[in-house]
Design a binder for this molecule. Structure first.
Ligand SMILES: Cc1ncc(COP(=O)(O)O)c(C=O)c1O
Length: 454
C-alpha cells in the first residue's frame, strides 16, 4: 500500500502567484464564492473534451464540468463552430434573433410539457422569475423550498441552503428559514418557508395550516447540491397531487437535471409534470444559456402583467449554443453515452469501496452522482451530516494530485460528459479514487483524519 511518502503533489507556483495577484482585485481571488478556495484556488488554462489543464500545466479528468453545464465536453467543435459562425454577425442588439425562437422551440419539444419559455442568462434569473410568476398567477406570497437545495444567488433562493451545522436549520419539526450570509432582508426571508425533502406528511400539515398563503413549491428533483440525494419512490407524484389539491404551483428547478437525466430532464425521468421549470447548464454546453418556462396560462402573464427583461437575455452566443447543444441532445446518443460512462465509473468505484469493506451508497443519477460513506440511505439534507464526508473530502483532494478533479466538497456530485467516453477518463478517475482512498484510510489509521462526519 502506498503510504503518504509516495503521495504525489501538484505544481502550484504559477497559480499561487496568480492567487496573490488576483486577491488584490477580486475578493477571495475569484469571481464566485464557490471558486474561492484560498491558496488552493485553481486557475485554469484550458479544457478539451473531458480534460482540463491548470496554469501550472497539471492535467485532470474533469469531474466537475463547470458544476454541470458541459454535457458534451470542453471545446466541443459542433457547438463552438456554430456559435462562432453566428457571433460574427454581431452579438448584442436587444432585438430578437431566429436562434432564440429555435432554442425555445427545441426546449418545448425535448421536455414535451413546456408550452412557452423565455431565455435568461443564468439559472439564478430563471428561478427568480419563476417565483415572481407563481406569485403573480396565484396572488399568494409564500414559496416553499426544501432544506439543502440551491436555486441560485437571489435573495429568495438563499434560504436554508447548505450549512455545515444542521442545528442551524432549527428543530426538525419546525425548521427555520436560515439566510445564507448577511444582507438578505428579513422581510424577504420570511416569504420562504423551509421544508424537508421526502417528507410528504409534514408538507400536508404545512399546507393545511398555511396553504392559502403559498404560491408555489420549488424543488430540485434530486438534491443536486447535497450529492444528488434521491426522492423516495412516489415522492414527486405525491408532491404533484398534494400541490394540485391545495392550488399551489409546482416548480421543478431543472438547472442541473434538465437535458441530463433524460432528454426531457427529471420531469421525464420521474414521470411528473410540473407547472413551471427552470433550465440552464446542460442546455448550452457551458455557454451562459438559461430559461424558464411552463404552462401557457401562467407564462402568458408575460409580457403585460409580469416583469421580465435582461439586456443579455437570449443573447446571440447563448441562443446559438442552446440551439446546437439541444439539437445534438435530441439527434444523437450523447445522453446515452453520458449515462453509460457514469455507470462504468460507478462500477469501478463500487469494486474499490467493496474491497475496502466500507459502507456506501451512490446518490443521484449516473450522469451526476455522489458517493456517500454511510450505511443508511440519505433521504434529506440533514442526513448528509451523518455521512463520512471527512473521508470523502480527503479522497477528493487526493484525486486532484492523481489527475482527476471532483469537487473537494462531498455535497457536489461528479458530473459526466459525453467526451469522458472517448479516452481513458474512466480508468484515470477510478484509479485516482482507489489510490486516494487507500491514502485516506492510512491517514485515518495514523489518527490524522477525523472519524465519520465530524
Ligand atoms: C439547481 C440549481 N438552480 C439554480 C442554480 C443557479 O444557476 P446559476 O449559477 O446559473 O445562476 C444552480 C447553480 O448551480 C443550481 O444548481
Amino acid at each position: 500500500m502506498p503510504g503518504s511518502a509516495e503521495r504525489p503533489t501538484l505544481a502550484r507556483d504559477r497559480q499561487l502567484a496568480l492567487y496573490e495577484r488576483a486577491r488584490k482585485t477580486l475578493p477571495g481571488g475569484a469571481n464566485s464564492n464557490f471558486r474561492a478556495w484560498g491558496e488552493d484556488t485553481i486557475y485554469i488554462d484550458r479544457g478539451r473534451g473531458g480534460r482540463i489543464w491548470d496554469m501550472d500545466g497539471n492535467a485532470y479528468v474533469d469531474l466537475r464540468m463547470g458544476y454541470g453545464p458541459v454535457i458534451l465536453g470542453h471545446g466541443d467543435e459542433r457547438v463552438d463552430d456554430y456559435v462562432n459562425e453566428r457571433m460574427r454577425r454581431g452579438v448584442s442588439f436587444s432585438l430578437t434573433s431566429e436562434d432564440e425562437v429555435r432554442a425555445m422551440e427545441l426546449l418545448c419539444e425535448l421536455t414535451g410539457w413546456v408550452d412557452m419559455a423565455r431565455m435568461t442568462v443564468s439559472g439564478t434569473e430563471a428561478t427568480m422569475h419563476l417565483m415572481r410568476l407563481a406569485r403573480a398567477f396565484t396572488g399568494r406570497t409564500k414559496i416553499v423550498k426544501f432544506e439543502g437545495q440551491y436555486h441560485g444567488v437571489h435573495d429568495y433562493a438563499l434560504i436554508s441552503v447548505s450549512p455545515n451545522n444542521m442545528a442551524d436549520l432549527g428543530d426538525a419539526d419546525n425548521p427555520v428559514g436560515l439566510a445564507w450570509g448577511r444582507g438578505i432582508p428579513a422581510a424577504v426571508a420570511d416569504t420562504i418557508v423551509p421544508a424537508r425533502f421526502n417528507n410528504i406528511e409534514r408538507l400536508r400539515r404545512l399546507f393545511e395550516r398555511q396553504g392559502e398563503e403559498i404560491a408555489a413549491v420549488i424543488v430540485e428533483p434530486v438534491l443536486g447540491n447535497a450529492q444528488g440525494i434521491l426522492p423516495q419512490e412516489g415522492f414527486h407524484r405525491e408532491l404533484r397531487a398534494l400541490t394540485e389539491e391545495f392550488g399551489i404551483l409546482l416548480i421543478f428547478d431543472e438547472v442541473k437535471t434538465g437535458f441530463r437525466f433524460a432528454r426531457g430532464g427529471a420531469a421525464e425521468f420521474f414521470g411528473v409534470r410540473p407547472d413551471l421549470a427552470s433550465f440552464a447548464k446542460a442546455m448550452g454546453n457551458g455557454y451562459p444559456a438559461a430559461a424558464f418556462g411552463g404552462r401557457r396560462d401562467i407564462m402568458s402573464l408575460l409580457p403585460d402583467k409580469v416583469s421580465h427583461g435582461g439586456t443579455y437575455a437570449g443573447n446571440r452566443v447563448a441562443a446559438a449554443a442552446a440551439v446546437k447543444t439541444l439539437e445534438i441532445i435530441r439527434d444523437t446518443d450523447a445522453l446515452e453515452t453520458v449515462h453509460r460512462t457514469g455507470r462504468r465509473i460507478q462500477d469501478g468505484l463500487r469494486e474499490v469501496v467493496n474491497e475496502a469493506g466500507l459502507p456506501f451508497h451512490f446518490t443521484g443519477h449516473p450522469s451526476m452522482f455522489g458517493i456517500m460513506f454511510v450505511d443508511k440511505v440519505a433521504t434529506e439534507y440533514r442526513d448528509w451530516a451523518d455521512t463520512d464526508h471527512a473521508l470523502y473530502d480527503a479522497i477528493a483532494i487526493g484525486m486532484h494530485a492523481r489527475g482527476a478533479m471532483p469537487e473537494p466538497d462531498s455535497r457536489e456530485p461528479w458530473f459526466i460528459c459525453e467526451a469522458h467516453a472517448s479516452d481513458d477518463s474512466v480508468d484515470v478517475a477510478v484509479s485516482a479514487f482507489e489510490a486516494s482512498l487507500r491514502d485516506a484510510l492510512d491517514a485515518r489509521a495514523r489518527g490524522e483524519l477525523a472519524e465519520g462526519g465530524h
